[in-house]
Every structure is written in C-alpha cells, then in structure tokens.
Design a protein around this ligand. Structure first.
Ligand code: SF4
Length: 340
C-alpha cells in the first residue's frame, strides 16, 4: 500500500470455515488487510458477511483455518499459551450485548478487576481497587457503581462497564463488534463520543464492526465493505461514503445514507445474501448486481488498487468511477492500475 502510516495489525490471506449441517461455510475468504496505528477502520456489510468472524480471529476467539495475523510484523495466531496471554493484553474486544457479556452475579467492581487478576497486574488488592476506580471514572461513572450488579444499570451504563473491562489492561488495539447496536439512539451517541475520546486519550486503534453505515461513517477513518467473506471495497471514509464504487457499496450507501442519490437513484438490493456454504462462482455479488455482465458469472474480479488507498473488486469499476466523477464533478484521480 502507498500509505506510509505504521501498520499495527495485518491479516494475510486469512480464512475461516465452519461446518454446518454437513456443509462447509466459508465465513472469511482469503482476506488481506492492514490496520494502521491510531486509526479506526470500519467494517460494514450485511449480517452473515463474515465481519464478526474476522474480528473474532484478530482477538483469538476463533483460530484461523488459513493465513496469518501479524501484530507489528510478528505472526500471532499460532503463539504458545504464555506468549498468547501476553499478546492479548494488547488486543481487546467490546461486544454488542452488555447484557450477556457481564456475569449478572458479580459486582461491577469485581468484573472490571477480573482482567487485572488474570494477568496479575497490581501489587495487591488495594492497588487493583485504585486502578478499577480510576477506570470507572475514565468511562464516566463514579465509585458508587462499584458494588452494584449489572441488572441495576441501564444499557448505556453496562456498555461503559464493558468498555472499562476492555481498557483496564491498557490495550493498543480494540475490536468494537456492533458495540452500540443494542443501545437507544441518544445513548449510542454518548457511547460513540466516549469511544472517540478514549481513542485519543489512550492512543487506541479500533476495528469498528457494524451494519449501521451512519455509525461507521461517523467513527471511521477508513471503511472496508465485506460481502460473502471478502472485502469488495476499501478506502478513505469520506471518499467511499460520498462515492462508493462497488455496486454492492453503492446499494448499501444509497439505502442507508441517501449519499450517492445524486448519481444513483435509490438502488434496491435484489434477493437475499447467497449461502456462504454455496457462494456463487465468478463475482460473488453477480446474482444480485444491477451491473452484472456475462463475464461476472464466470470470472472473479480481483481487489484492485485504484490509487490513494482505494481498493475495489469489480470488473466494471472504471465505469462506476467515471460515472461518479461525471455526476459529482470529482477530479480525476491517478491512473487506475491493473483494471481488467
Ligand atoms: Fe457487479 Fe460484475 Fe462488478 Fe461483480 S464484477 S460487482 S457482478 S459488475
């Protein structure tokens, strides 16, 4: 990639399969992706496209079936138990559902302290208690919550506790997997702003997974669009949210944001997501694509570098780009390399 920023974590040809009813589900299909230090990379796509499976592999909740995960250049997916434990102090996850991720029988103080006990951080109980109290303040809660139980808290407060648990070990990289999807819109905004503030305060790098394009566009520096286990478009958030080039991205954004209406009347996605156990040949999107040609059903498009950190997997990307430039008056970018 041409970007000179420091790469924190990389997926190299990463794959994950599951068995379901005797069939093989290709959840993540040969993904190559770099995440830069200090950025938020948003990952979007329909439910079942593999974005959570990808995030779960980065935090070692799933073991890859193929490929590598590099953390600052070191391969980490096959580390031994002790090294793995050390590595995963640096890598944490915040889940969607704070109702199920917090043990209802434990107090908030006990829950936030647990990672410190597991990793033997803090000389004694008093020191750990101080760290817990500080972290509670960091997420905007006071010490009166220490002895409360999860079911005494609101959804937003529970998600703040989940954030405190994720950050208590001072991680560098955090996967936020639908982290605000279970919250009311007004509470969502508060938690999103808290995540942004904490990113600056602790120099965090986020992978922000969501089906909500408004939320992802607000949070992210770059966006990756996933379809059937693959990245089909990747690039700067402003560029992609204003002018998604891949027909799938155009459909998602025209439906969700209204962005692109100037060059796309509302594009309605036809049909359901095909089964990942039996993905279509050729371009995986061809069964639903309003631009599909004969070539699309037999020849798989590569994820091509369009320059300026923008990547897209579509045989007709040049037509999409010309159309977007013509309608929106965009300046023509550097010559496209490797267009089919
Ligand atoms: Fe549509 Fe063909 Fe592009 Fe796939 S390669 S997104 S089917 S135009």
């Amino acid at each position: 990639m041409e970007n000179q920023k420091e790469i924190l974590i990389s997926a190299r040809d990463l794959c994950k399969e599951f068995k379901s009813n005797g069939r093989t589900v290709h959840a993540v299909n040969h993904i190559n992706l770099d995440i830069y230090k200090g950025e938020t990379l948003g990952l979007v796509g329909e439910s079942g496209c593999g974005k959570s499976t990808f995030g779960n592999m980065l935090v070692h909740l799933h073991t890859p079936d193929g490929g590598e995960i590099l953390y600052q250049g070191e391969e980490i997916s096959h580390l031994k138990k002790k090294e793995l434990k050390q590595m995963y102090r640096k890598i944490q996850i915040i889940f969607q559902d704070p109702y199920s991720s917090l043990d209802p029988k434990k107090t908030i103080g006990w829950l936030i302290e647990e990672p410190l006990r597991i990793h033997r951080v803090g000389a004694d109980k008093q020191e750990r208690a101080k760290l817990v109290q500080n972290m509670l303040e960091v997420v905007g809660m006071d010490e009166s919550y220490l002895d409360k139980y999860p079911d005494e808290l609101s959804g937003g407060q529970r998600q703040r506790v989940a954030i405190a648990i994720a950050l208590i070990l001072n991680p560098e990289f955090v996967v936020c997997d639908e982290a605000v999807s279970a919250l009311d819109v007004s509470v969502q905004a508060q938690v999103l702003n808290l995540l942004k503030k904490l990113q600056k305060q602790f120099s965090l790098t986020y992978l922000f997974i969501s089906h909500n394009l408004n939320v992802v566009s607000y949070m992210s520096d770059r966006i990756g669009i996933m379809y059937l286990g693959e990245i089909v478009e990747l690039g700067d958030v402003k560029e992609i949210s204003a002018n998604p080039l891949h027909p799938y991205g155009r459909a998602l954004f025209s439906a969700s944001l209204g962005v692109g209406k100037s060059n796309d009347s509302r594009i309605v996605l036809q049909g359901d997501l095909p089964s990942p156990s039996n993905p279509p040949g050729g371009c995986p999107f061809h069964t639903r694509c309003f631009m599909a040609t004969e070539k699309c059903s037999s020849v798989k498009p590569e994820l091509q570098n369009l320059g300026n950190g923008h990547y897209c997997a579509c045989h007709r990307v040049e037509e999409c780009r010309k159309r977007a430039e013509a309608v929106c008056g965009l300046e023509k970018k550097e010559a496209v390399t490797g267009i089919a």
